[in-house]
Design a protein around this ligand. Structure first.
Ligand code: MTE
Length: 324
């Protein structure tokens, strides 16, 4: 994410494309393995005594899960190695090479709090939740607001199944999700200019849409830490910052959630954030995207190509800022 701070590294609109190409080249290098084991610059790992080892993952036998045939890709799956070494996870640093630092994330035991406008507030263990859900694999595209894209085999369960489990009240209009907040485990959270924890939200209709997916695995395995283990969101018709990682709390509310990026820079990162090639980011074009792990550039698609599933959600909302 590029945020508008008046610092020396701030890019001008004219530089955005060049930076996107540069990022993609680095991703190719990552794919070749050169970036494996890279450490996020400026962020040391937590000391071993600060982060106890994970307890074993009792859901490991669920992977690989059966692939759904309902969601087709228009491109190859991004090589796993490229994806594992090119991440946005600001809790572990402001660069793309956070893979090593993110190994400090402790993902078991892990609980998810369900609260707000629900029949009964509760806290559920991640493994009890996963075992109660219809787990499947889906091939999804992902489009970052920074104008790069990837294609990934996620494993997880439909958000709709989670809604049936959580039992929100009919008065709930939005679902707000929150990432953990633990600066001892995540050095990025010591940076004072981010309003931690990371927060994101959807309308109830969006969360109930067949495409909204809660992710527990990728590439036929439990989720790697840098992908946002043990539970992240995938809403592939929206810019990637909506797909919050390492969720610890899901709240139902009648107030529109304000995401972390919206708090920092509302004019650039809004609530809806639907992908649209014709609506540029205030500082760069969204018309094209760099394909992670390759030298390809492709035209961006409206709703990232998922219009048949989601365009209907927005037909009565044309006065909203739907594409930022
Ligand atoms: N969630 C948290 N908690 N922290 C983050 O920094 N980055 C977002 C999103 N979810 C982010 C997050 C952004 S900007 C993108 S593009 C995707 O995660 C990146 O997901 P990936 O690293 O799996 O490609």
């Amino acid at each position: 994410m590029f945020i508008r701070r008046r610092k020396s590294w701030e890019i001008r609109e004219s530089q955005a494309t060049a930076e996107g190409v540069l990022l993609s080249r680095r991703a190719v290098v990552a794919g070749a393995g050169a970036a494996a084991g890279a450490v996020a610059i400026g962020f040391g790992l937590a000391r071993p005594d600060e982060v106890a080892a994970d307890t074993p993952d009792p859901t490991a036998s669920l992977y690989p899960a059966k692939r759904s045939e309902a969601f087709k890709l228009d491109r190859d799956i991004t090589p796993e190695k490229a994806n594992l070494n090119w991440n946005n996870f600001y809790e572990y640093g402001e660069t793309k090479t956070v893979a090593s630092a993110a190994q400090s994330l402790k993902v078991r035991p892990w609980t998810v709090k369900i609260d707000g406008m629900v029949e009964k507030e509760r806290e559920v263990g991640i493994d009890d939740l996963i075992k109660a859900m219809p787990v499947e694999e889906r091939l999804y595209r992902h489009r970052c607001v920074e104008a790069w894209g990837m294609a990934i085999p996620w494993t997880g369960f439909p958000f709709k199944a989670f809604l049936d489990f959580a039992k929100p009240l009919s008065s709930a209009k939005y679902v707000q999700m929150e990432t953990f907040n633990n600066p001892r485990m995540a050095p990025g959270q010591r940076l004072p200019y981010y309003p931690w924890p990371y927060v994101e939200g959807l309308t109830m209709e969006e969360a109930a849409n067949e495409l909204a997916f809660l992710v527990t695995g990728a590439y036929g395995k439990p989720l790697a830490k840098q992908f946002g283990a043990p539970l992240r969101l995938a809403v592939p018709w929206k810019y990637g910052f909506k797909s919050i990682k390492s969720v610890v709390r899901v709240s139902f509310t009648d107030k529109r959630p304000v995401g972390m990026w919206e708090k920092i820079q509302a004019s650039e990162y809004g609530f809806w954030a639907n992908v649209n090639p014709e609506v540029p980011h205030p500082r760069w074009s969204q018309a094209m995207e760099d394909v992670l792990g390759t030298y390809d550039r492709r035209p961006t698609l409206l709703f990232n190509g998922y219009g048949e599933h989601v365009a209907g959600l927005y037909k009565d909302l044309q006065s909203e800022r739907l594409y930022a």
